[in-house]
Design a protein around this ligand. Sequence first.
Ligand code: SF4
Length: 259
Amino acid sequence: MSGNRRMPVPAIPRIEAPLIELFSSIQGEGVLVGFRQVFIRFADCNLNCDYCDTPFQAQETYRIAKDPASTDFESRPNPANLLEIGELLGDWTRSWPRLHHSLALTGGEPLLHVDVLREWLPTVKSVLPVFLETNGTLPDHLSAVLASIQWVSMDVKLESTSGVPTPWEEHKAFMRCAGEKLCQVKAVIDDSTSGEELTCLAKMMNQHAMGLPLIVQPRTVQSQPALDSTRLLACQATLLDIYPLVRVIPQVHQWLGIA
Ligand code: SF4
């Protein structure tokens, strides 16, 4: 045997996914508004909403905050090694033990990475409880990872604002799948949102999500709501006529000028 033959180097384990960014900030939407979270924004989406304000196409690099107190970012290559991200979350939690309420998985659509999440989430759910933000169209993917998720926040995509036909049947199946993990349903509205859409939404809540808050989020354009107050109040009244738990909550982080 040759004396200089090298021993095989064990492969460094990797669980990979393309990311857009990772940072610490304040939750700006819905029932958890104001809580501090670590946000992991996954690349890729299965929809293409008109009002989308987040670039989700994967790039060669993603950006990552230097620490939870910093607004400085550094670039790292995609796809990200989520095992390293898990170690970083552990470091942040040990160094800032009371800072974060939860780990927000957002996008894009995080559930497109279901195979990766199924492997990775069991390794991080004890570090921070997991809060999933999703467009509510992939119920089969949700069922594969639901055991590792604490809260599911689901968007309903109204055609008037998203520009794509509302996937009502997928949304209903998703609600049934999420069950008691579903903590809220959100819908973006603007001046073009019709009474018929709102009626369908309220009826769906009655049938599949009774007892949960329905969050109406005015579409934000240049940090301002894109419908006047009279119309906003009328939309809420239409929903409340059918479903009792309707709350209007705008995107607070936009006003604060934070990510
Ligand atoms: S589902 Fe979300 S990320 Fe995807 S296109 Fe719509 S707003 Fe953008």
